[in-house]
Design a protein around this ligand. Structure first.
Ligand code: UDP
Length: 419
C-alpha cells in the first residue's frame, strides 16, 4: 500500500464547481483520491487555505470497511482568503514549508508526490528535494498551449519557464491524451518517454441516462423545444461565443434554445457580460439562458434534458463535460482538440469539428437536431463508449505508474481502458 501526497495548491478538491477556476482539475483530484483510498492507499491532498474557519483537515471519502480515509489538508500560505491566480506564485515556498512542517509534526512520510497544475508542480519539486521521494506531475493545462490556442490568451512568462523546468525534473509527467504529450514535446522539449498518457474519467453512477421528459419536467423546460447545452467555466478558451454564433444560424422546425451552465460572481462582469451582449447582437438573447454554476450532483438532469451538448473549446486537455454528457446518453458536438478527439468518435457518438468558427458547428447541430433517431443512436453508442473511462480504470492506470516510478515495475499498458 502506498502513502500518497497529492498537491492541489491553488484549488481544493472540495471547492464548489463551475467558478472561474474550479472545474475538471477539482473533479479529477477528488475522484482519484477517493478511488486510491478505496483501494487501501493513504491519500493526503494538500491545498492552500482560503478561509479562516474550516478545520485543518477535511475528509474526502469517509472510511468504510476499514479502508483509510482520503483527506484534504489545508495549509496556510499567504492570506487565508481567495486570491487572484496572479498573486499565488508568491506563496508557493511558504506553502511547501507549511506542508513539510505539517508532515514532520504528524511524523508521517510518503512514497510519492503527485502534483496537479504548474503551481503545485513547483511545490512538488521543493518537497521532492526535501523528502527524497519521486514526484509525478499532471499540468492539466499548459501556459504555452493556452497562449497559442486563442489570440486573446496571454500567460505569464514565469509559468512557461516553470513548466519547462518541472517537465525536466519531475520523475514522470501524466497527460490525459497523446495530443498533450506531443504538445509537451514540441513546445517544452520534454522527453516523450518520460510522459505517460492516462485518459480522464467519468462517474458512471452519477451520470446515467434518465427519461428526457422527466428531466425536462424537473428543470421546468418544455418538452418540444430543441435544447443545446454548454457546461463549464466561463472563459474565452471555452468558445461559448462559437456556440452562440452557431445557435443563431441553426434552422430547426421548432425554436432552438441554449442553456449555459457555469460561471460565478467573478465571471459575471467580464466574459459573461460579453456573452450576453453577443447573444443580443445575434438576436437570440431570449433563447439563451445563463444558469450560473450548478451543483455537480444536479448536472445529470441538464445533460439528460439536452438534445445535444456542445463543447466548442479552443483548448481542452481532456474535457470531462464531454464524458459526462455521453454517459447520460447525450450526443456531443465538440472541437477536435486534446482529449475530446479521444472521448468522441466522430459520426458515431457525436461530431468533431476541426474549425473554431460557428458555421461547421451549426451544420452538425442542424443535422442532429433534425433527426431524433440519429440522436438516439449516437446517445446509445456514447454511453457504451464511455464505460471504459470509469474512474476505477483511471486509478488502476495511475497506480501502475506509481509502481513503475516507486518500485521500478515494468511499464503497464493502458489495457484497462479497453474494457
Ligand atoms: N461543473 C460543475 N458545475 C458547473 C460547471 C462545471 O459541476 O456549474 C463541472 C463539470 O461537471 C466537469 C467540470 O466542472 O466535471 C469541468 O471539467 P472539464 O474537464 O470539462 O473542464 P475544465 O474545468 O477542466 O476546463
Amino acid at each position: 500500500m502506498y502513502r500518497i501526497a497529492i498537491i492541489s495548491y491553488h484549488t481544493s478538491p472540495l471547492a464548489s464547481l463551475g467558478g472561474a477556476e474550479t472545474g475538471g482539475l477539482n473533479v479529477y483530484v477528488r475522484e482519484l483520491a477517493s478511488e486510491l483510498a478505496e483501494r487501501g492507499h493513504t491519500v493526503d491532498v494538500f491545498t492552500r487555505r482560503t478561509d479562516v474557519d474550516s478545520p485543518d483537515t477535511l475528509p474526502i471519502s469517509e472510511a468504510g470497511s476499514g479502508s483509510p480515509l482520503a483527506r484534504v489538508v489545508q495549509i496556510t500560505a499567504g492570506p487565508p482568503q481567495y486570491e487572484e491566480k496572479g498573486s499565488l506564485p508568491a506563496y508557493v515556498d511558504a506553502f511547501a514549508d507549511g506542508v513539510a512542517t505539517f508532515v514532520a509534526e504528524e511524523g508521517v512520510s510518503y512514497d510519492i508526490i503527485h502534483s496537479h497544475y504548474w503551481l503545485s508542480g513547483l511545490a512538488g519539486e521543493k518537497l521532492k528535494a526535501r523528502w527524497g521521494v519521486p514526484h509525478i506531475v499532471m499540468f492539466h493545462t499548459l501556459g504555452e498551449v493556452k497562449a497559442r490556442s486563442r489570440v486573446s490568451e496571454r500567460e505569464p512568462e514565469p509559468r512557461i519557464a516553470a513548466e519547462t523546468a518541472i517537465s525536466r525534473n519531475a520523475d514522470r509527467i501524466v497527460v490525459a491524451s497523446k495530443d498533450e504529450q506531443q504538445l509537451l514535446v514540441r513546445y517544452y522539449g520534454a522527453d516523450a518517454g518520460h510522459i505517460s498518457v492516462v485518459p480522464c474519467g467519468v462517474n458512471l453512477g452519477l451520470f446515467q441516462p434518465i427519461d428526457k421528459e422527466e428531466a425536462r419536467k424537473q428543470l421546468g423546460l418544455r418538452e418540444d423545444d430543441r435544447i443545446l447545452l454548454f457546461v463549464g467555466r466561463i472563459e474565452p478558451l471555452k468558445g461559448v461565443d462559437i456556440l452562440l454564433g452557431a445557435a443563431a444560424q441553426v434552422e430547426s422546425e421548432s425554436d432552438c434554445f441554449v442553456l449555459i451552465v457555469g460561471g460565478d460572481e467573478s465571471t459575471r462582469e467580464g466574459e459573461m457580460a460579453h456573452l450576453r451582449d453577443l447573444a443580443s447582437q445575434l438576436g437570440i438573447a431570449e433563447r439563451v439562458t445563463f444558469m450560473g454554476a450548478v451543483d455537480h450532483e444536479r448536472l445529470p438532469l441538464f445533460y439528460n434534458a439536452a438534445d445535444v451538448c456542445v463543447v466548442p473549446s479552443f483548448y481542452e486537455s481532456f474535457g470531462l463535460v464531454a464524458l459526462e454528457a455521453m454517459a447520460c446518453g447525450t450526443p456531443v458536438v465538440a472541437s477536435r482538440v486534446g482529449g475530446l478527439s479521444v472521448a468522441i468518435r466522430d459520426s458515431e457518438t457525436g461530431y468533431l469539428i476541426p474549425w473554431r468558427c460557428p458555421e461547421p458547428f451549426a451544420e452538425r447541430l442542424e443535422l442532429l437536431l433534425g433527426n431524433e433517431e440519429l440522436r438516439r443512436q449516437f446517445g446509445l453508442a456514447a454511453r457504451k463508449e464511455v464505460e471504459r473511462f470509469r474512474w476505477s480504470n483511471v486509478a488502476e492506470a495511475v497506480l501502475g505508474l506509481y509502481a513503475e516510478v516507486i518500485d521500478g515495475a515494468p511499464a503497464m499498458s493502458q489495457a484497462v481502458f479497453r474494457n
